[in-house]
Ligand binder design. Sequence first.
Ligand code: ATP
Ligand code: MG
Length: 556
Amino acid sequence: MTEEKSLNFLEEIIEQDIKDGKHPQIHTRFPPEPNGYLHIGHSKSICLNFGLAARYGGQTNLRFDDTNPTTEETEYVDSIKDDIRWLGFQWDNERYASDYFEELYRMAVTLIKKGLAYVDDSTAEQIALSKGTPTEQGRPGPNRDRSVEENLELFEAMRAGKFPDGSRTLRAKIDLASPNMHMRDPILYRIKHAHHHRTGDAWCIYPMYDFAHGQSDSIEHITHSICTLEFIPHRPLYDWFIEKLDIFPSHQYEFARLNLNYTVMSKRKLLQLVNEGFVSGWDDPRMPTISGLRRRGYTPESIRDFCDRVGIAKRENIIDVSLLEFCIREHLNKIALRRMAVLDPIKLILTNYPEGEVEIMEGENNPEDPNAGTRPVPFSRELWIEREDFMEVPSKKWFRLAPGAVVRLKNAYIVRCDDFTKDDEGNVTEVRATYLPESRSGEEGSSVKVKGTIHWISAAHAITAEIRLYDRLFRSENPAAEEGDFKDDLNPESLTVIPAAYLEPGMADADPATKYQFIRKGYFVLDKDSRPGKLVFNQTVTLKDTWAKEVKKEGA
Ligand code: ATP
Ligand code: MG
């Protein structure tokens, strides 16, 4: 964050609060529900909450909002911690809403004693019906005026497991005529005889989100509780609990959630993709999850940069995924090691190059980084080149190989194409060329000017690797918006596997932590499916935004 940038509305509020002495030290929290893996939308909230605390010398809690025992798992807790650390943030305190179950229970008792909560014997459907509609006020149920004693007794019995699931609830007694539906005697506790990932079987009643969230903030003395816009109508209830319980006055602030096109970003939907086998797991490189992006080769820097560029809005919007791709290209261009790989090979034979001879060429590791050094690349008579770098009948402005044409082989010689062979089906199988011995890269004496440079791999030295290319997971910009099943919009061509591409031999020692640019092909990273002798690479992103071009072409 640079100093010249104008403050966003949260920074303005915080600076004012610090200036006024209202909150000399701010305290934020990131409150995920451990019911799935984090996605890129969460990274916006993480960068915001941790970023604000860091900027203003405050603290950030990681709080697991684990009040729903049936969907939450320890696996998710662990993955969330991994992802936050990987993004580059460290929480000051690790907390769980479930740590507060006893305290929340006491708060509920306090409300009962104040005549502000009651046990309702109605079913969920009856409660929903009696709540009315936004234009029609709710009706009190038969239990609304139960005595404090009876409510205390029943609530205790609820906790003691005397009643079956769904048979009773504890509700706040607020205002059945409120224009805000959340204020019409909201449910505070429901009965659920379910095992909780941390409290085990200690509880069979669980607090609702609204009853747990604000009070957890308050217990932790969170000064600025930042959430997304859909919680605006919950704020009066958030404030009501704090006022009636007379506890630390945390305050809720809302900003627009991050939406990205060509994907879905709800854990519930992402879970469906995982469970129904549309992707290989939460960390499938096509997923918008942090773990998917990491496996795809995204860097924490690029995601933080993306969140920074997106900024903080107060109105819903959809961000173009090409901005995310722009951010990763920017970063990888600076750090990726340049290597050569041929994805769709045809043979190029240099007929005048001595058989059996090998020269070691020098390739720059990264022209953007003067300290990156060079690597040796073996060169010989038979090479692999990309099929698409040869054209039998060249089009205008074709600067690559074609009969009679000259090109430079990257880091090596200039070659002139002489002829080629085709198989019965008309596919080119072999291209033959003559090399110009005096044209070796880095040496003087080459007078031939060439317009094209292509990459290559010495056939005798090549190693093979599986390469996975990715496209958008969904065909439509906003799959979630359409009627019907969002999964009908999945892009059937989101994954292309190249079983055996050719790589330069040094790639046998590829390191999973290193980012690579396969020259002219894009950025790649070693995948965790790799085994000794069987390397697998993921394409992180292409070198250019080919998608934008396609769309333009289609539209034209
Ligand atoms: P999902 O619908 O994907 O499950 P959620 O909001 O239910 O998302 P939580 O685990 O409750 O997920 O979210 C933790 C925090 O992250 C909350 O403060 C939430 O507001 C924030 N958050 C979730 N999704 C986004 C998003 N797309 N953009 C910004 N913040 C988000
Ligand atoms: Mg949620």
